[in-house]
Structure formats: C-alpha cells, structure tokens
Design a protein around this ligand. Structure first.
Ligand code: TRP
Length: 329
C-alpha cells in the first residue's frame, strides 16, 4: 500500500477553505492509504512564535483536525518535533542542497520580501526540512496545494541526489496527490479571490454563530441586478459558490432564479448562507471545544501515531546512514 503524508503548519485556525479544499479529502484518504499526518511545529519556528503560544497553536490545529474527522485509529497523527529522526535526516540532506537552488525558491523569495528583518537560515532550508518530513517515511504521495509543488520538486531532487551519490535506492520520489475533480476552491467574503489566512476574508471552523453571521452579512456585493439574466459580478458569484458548497441544490436554484428575475435581496441570501454555514460548522466547533479541553484524548490520539512514525523513521534513517557510510564501533 502506498504511503500518503502531509504536514500542517501550526499557525492560526482552520478556515472553510482548509476544510472543503483539503481536510475533507484527507479524511477520505484514510481508508485508501497508509497515512501520516503531522503538525509541522518546527517549520513554524522560522517566524519566531512566542513560547507562550507555541504549544497552544499545535493543540488548536490538532483538535481541529481531529474534530473534522482525522482518525487516530486509521492514520498516524503526530507532532514533527517528537520525531528526532527528521532532524537527523535534515542534517544529511542539507549537505546535498545547494544555496543557489534554495535561494531561487519562490516561497523563499516571498519571505525575503515580506520579512526582510528575519531572513534566517531555517527559512532558506525550509524545503530541506520538508523533504526530510516526507523522505523519512519514504512517502510517495503528498496531498498539497499548488503553492507547495516547488517544495515537492526539491524533495524529489534531494531524493535522487542522495540515491545517486551513495549508490542506493533508499528514497522513492514523492509526488503531489491531486484531488482532481474533488478539489473545491473556496472563495473569500471580500469579493476577491480565495479564502485565505492572511487575507482576513475567512470563516473559521471555531467561529461561533454570531461571528459567522456578522461576517457573512458584511460580505461584499454590488447594488443588485437591473436587467434579467445579467452577468454576476465576482463578489456575488463568490456568494453563490459558497452557497453551492454548504446549501441544498434547491436553495441555490431558488436564489439563482431570484437573481435572474432581478427580485433578489442580498440580505436574504446572506441570512440563508450564514444559517447553512452554521449548520455545517457548528457541530465541528462543538467537537473542537470538547477535544481541546480533553488532554487525555489528545495524548492518546498522538501516542499511537508517534510510535508508528518513530518506528518508520528509525528504519529509514538506519538505511540512509548505512548508505552514507556511518558505522558503529
Ligand atoms: N510546507 C507545508 C505548508 O506550508 C507544510 C509542510 C511541512 C508539509 N512539511 C510537509 C506538507 C511535508 C507536506 C509534506 O503547507
């Protein structure tokens, strides 16, 4: 059975875009593959989070993933920093990663622009750490978005380079697992592009009813259609897309007809949208709150995953070290 692996950065709460765009698909993968899902807490150190917040952000993401359906009985769930073998492989791979190729990474160039006062070496070697996450389990399928494709390419280059240099086949090449037609792009509420963390246009899985309603009622629209069957502006199209994700098809149809005959009242559409989002997310929020406050459950959920991950990581690292030429006295 092929191995699927994905890392989740421990920054902020999950929004609807994360849920419908990725997480729901992760949940389905659990029945088809051997799955490793982990919280990339080491990666988050590149931005120097405050120690007081560090653990709680890991706990938040873990609770939200569990609440949304990741199952510790099916997948190995763990925290990156609990697997020291990742860091050891990271050292080995850093010797094979060239400064020039890392500097050319889009994500690195972005960060140099955005956080010019903190261009640390961890940022430069971010893709090497990510390659270590993947290669340490010899995972071949990695469900990630477009923004991570370049990092995956670096993981493939490093796997190949290691195998060639040391005359081994320890590392298979990992590839992006794409969800094809199942991939849902969730738009934001500000009339622009997709829902994102930094854009402030999102609805979060842990938002309560009042927050959700307020956000949806404030969503950007236009003055309303004046001619029958006119083209929708992007902002209104986005609301319809959101509606089609969370509501019944008949509801979408009802408002589409109202739009087409110019009798639509955006306030009604928004009220319906807010109610239907709440219907989907409030049960998840309830589970998030319960899980977040249940340390025993959280401990159990990661214990088994950590054991599985360490066993798999230790086996790979032993092969890699043997290939490099390490020998114990
Ligand atoms: N870089 C990924 C992101 O920002 C997170 C990540 C870290 C990851 N290690 C990984 C994803 C390994 C897939 C596999 O989303």
């Amino acid at each position: 059975m092929e191995t699927v692996l994905s890392g989740i950065r421990s920054t902020g709460h999950l929004h609807l875009g994360n849920y419908y765009g990725a997480l729901r698909n992760f949940v389905k993968l659990q029945d088809e593959y051997k799955c490793f899902f982990f919280i990339a807490d080491l990666h988050s150190l590149t931005t120097h989070p405050h120690p007081d917040d560090f653990h709680s952000s890991v706990k938040i993401i873990l609770s939200e993933y569990l609440a949304a359906g990741l199952d510790p009985e099916k997948s190995a769930l763990f925290v990156q920093s609990d697997i020291p073998e990742i860091c050891e492989l990271y050292v080995l791979l850093n010797m094979l990663a060239y400064k020039g190729e890392l500097e050319r990474t889009t994500s690195f160039k972005d960060k140099v622009r955005k956080q010019a006062d903190n261009v640390n070496a961890g940022l430069l070697t971010y893709p090497v750490l990510m390659a270590s996450d993947i290669l340490i389990h010899r995972a071949t399928k990695v469900p990630v978005g477009k923004d991570q494709e370049q990092h995956l390419e670096i993981a493939r280059v490093l796997a190949r380079r290691f195998n060639n240099l040391y005359g081994t086949e320890v590392f298979p090449e990992p590839h992006a697992l794409s969800f094809g037609k199942d991939l849902i792009k969730v738009p934001g509420l500000d009339g622009s592009g997709k829902m994102g963390k930094s854009e402030g246009n999102g609805i979060y899985l842990n938002d309560d009813q009042q927050t959700i309603t307020k956000k949806v009622m404030k969503a950007v629209t236009d003055a309303g259609p004046t001619k029958p069957n006119s083209e929708m502006p992007d902002s209104v199209k986005n609301l319809f897309t959101l509606l089609s994700i969370v509501s019944e098809p008949s509801t979408v149809e009802y408002f589409r007809e109202k739009y087409n005959d110019c009798s639509i009242r955006y306030g009604d559409l928004k009220k319906q949208l807010a109610a239907d989002i709440c219907k989907q997310t409030l049960p998840i929020k309830e589970r998030i709150d319960a899980i977040y406050n249940d340390d025993e459950y959280l401990r159990k959920a990661v214990r088994r995953g950590t054991e599985q991950a360490r066993e798999s990581a230790a086996a790979t690292l032993a092969l890699a070290k043997k290939a490099v030429g390490f020998k114990v006295f």
